[in-house]
Design a protein around this ligand. Structure first.
Ligand code: NDP
Ligand code: HSE
Length: 436
């Protein structure tokens, strides 16, 4: 059989890693795919730039459309990034009858509904395993391995840069900006690193996971996101005293009223495996009604771990080339005409436990005032720590771990606590999940 011809758009971290893996493992890959797969063309913005891959034998161009419009190319790999110019590149590739493999979570989260509809019309595949959790085959696991289950919830550390920063700050006391610069140098961070640290990248990934888990359209605009920039060393230490670690989680949970979709720092019990996922590693916990809780772990970013997912998608596409488009695995796991219109809940309706840290005057009755406000809002306290005042500050830190409650009750209680004359500053609130 004729070799399958691949054109690569983007030769940066992921594109370079993909060229290396496809070349190095070519023989093994051909044995798996049943056909030889060759990269004939690749594009980058600056053709003079040094590359992490060997481009011998590949025709290089700075015009991605010369690849997209080349009739000899069967599969286009979109490894540029962003949701702007590349949207047209992907839609043009689809219109030209080409299969597309992408690592681009923002593109899929923001424009996936349109892209998959166009791909289905043309009978082509758009594969995106690398878009979520780098090298972990989490899309395949949920879409195929768990397809007999009703997914109840999932929770994941799905941004490698953020987890790398939190780990280095906690373990080595390093400065936030210093670790972020290292993550950028290692090729982990997004072109705009605020996407990593403000939870936008994790929000894109959670959009995709929720869609394939629950059979709902992609709805990034309904995701609640909070980043890691507000986490203090003090909170990390107090959380540990209570037996918890702070991780930046993406959580999707189906409730009787709708679906919670939220990305935020979260206290989780230190005995959970996921609490011990460090550095650039990612992990996703998925709870299915039949299988129970399952955990997927691996590198969440980096050249070759991500290339592993890109290449697996290329092999899947090659295997499917001869199959009838109607009989392929649906892009979003559920048949396109069977997506459900389940409401996505607003933050007021979230149900979770909380860690609260506040600073109060060292006077009789202060603690009683705070606990009365919580009780008035039906919020039960699980643990409470009152610290000694420090030599330099007469205010005392109070740390409270609550039971699960409705977020709107917690917001109202926090507003009243902050209004007490004896409480100074803001209440620092971090959500807490037991993930049991
Ligand atoms: P890089 O910035 O390292 O690479 C982007 C590449 O695209 C570069 O080669 C750049 O060219 C090229 N490029 C940029 N603009 C254009 C353009 N207009 N036309 C043609 N080529 C262009 O990004 P990454 O490899 O890190 O990321 C690529 C995608 O993979 C993104 O969607 C990202 O979110 C995703 N991803 C990244 C992971 C990672 O660990 N880095 C992990 C998982 C997904 P030049 O080199 O000449 O500047
Ligand atoms: N910037 C992303 C991260 C790349 O750090 O997780 C992988 O998607």
């Amino acid at each position: 059989m004729k070799p399958v011809k691949v054109g690569v758009l983007g030769l940066g971290t992921v594109g370079g890693g993909t060229v290396n893996v496809l070349k190095r493992n070519a023989a093994e890959i051909a044995r798996r795919a049943g056909r030889e797969i060759i990269i004939t063309h690749a594009s980058a913005k600056d053709l003079q730039k040094p590359r992490i891959c060997n481009t011998d034998g590949i025709i290089l161009t700075d015009d991605p459309y010369s690849i997209i419009n080349n009739p000899d190319i069967d599969i286009v790999l979109e490894l540029i990034g962003g949701a702007g110019a590349v949207k047209d590149m992907v839609l043009t590739a689809i219109a030209n009858g080409k299969h597309v493999v992408t690592a681009n979570k923002s593109l899929i989260a923001l424009h996936g509904n349109e892209i998959f509809a166009k791909a289905s019309e043309k009978g082509v595949i758009v594969a995106f395993e690398a878009a979520v959790a780098g090298g972990i085959p989490i899309i395949k696991a949920i879409r195929e391995g768990l397809s007999g289950n009703q997914i109840e919830w999932l929770a994941g550390i799905i941004n490698g840069t953020g987890n790398f920063i939190l780990t280095e700050m906690r373990d080595k006391g390093r400065d936030f900006n210093d670790v972020l610069a290292e993550a950028q140098a290692l090729g982990y961070a997004e072109a705009d690193p605020t996407f990593d640290v403000e939870g936008i990248d994790a929000g894109h990934k959670l959009t995709i996971l929720a869609s394939i888990a629950f059979g709902i359209p992609l709805q990034f605009d309904k995701i609640y996101t909070e980043g890691i920039t507000q986490i203090t060393r003090l909170d990390v230490e107090y959380a540990e005293q209570l037996g918890y670690r702070i991780k930046h989680l993406g959580i999707a949970r189906k409730t009787a009223d709708g679906i919670e979709l939220r990305v935020h720092p979260t206290l989780i019990p230190e005995r959970r495996l996921i609490a011990n996922v460090n550095g650039v590693m990612n992990a996703v916990l998925v709870k299915g009604d039949a299988v129970g809780a399952t955990l997927y772990y691996g590198a969440g970013a980096g050249a070759e771990p991500t290339a592993s997912s890109v290449v697996a998608d290329v092999i899947d596409v090659v295997r499917a080339l001869t199959s009838d488009p109607e009989n392929r695995v649906p892009h979003l796991a559920f048949q396109a005409n069977a997506l459900a219109d389940i409401p996505v809940l607003t933050a007021d309706c979230f149900q979770t436990a909380y860690y609260l840290r506040l600073s109060a005057e060292d006077k009789p009755g202060v603690l009683a005032d705070v606990t009365r406000i919580l009780a008035d809002h039906h919020i039960s306290i699980e643990a409470i720590i009152q610290k000694e005042p420090s030599a330099t500050d007469t205010a005392i830190p109070i740390i409270i771990r609550t039971q699960r409650t409705l977020e709107k009750e917690m917001n109202a209680a926090i507003a009243k606590i902050e209004a007490l004359n004896t409480v100074t500053g803001k209440v620092n609130r971090i959500r807490l999940e037991t993930l049991g």
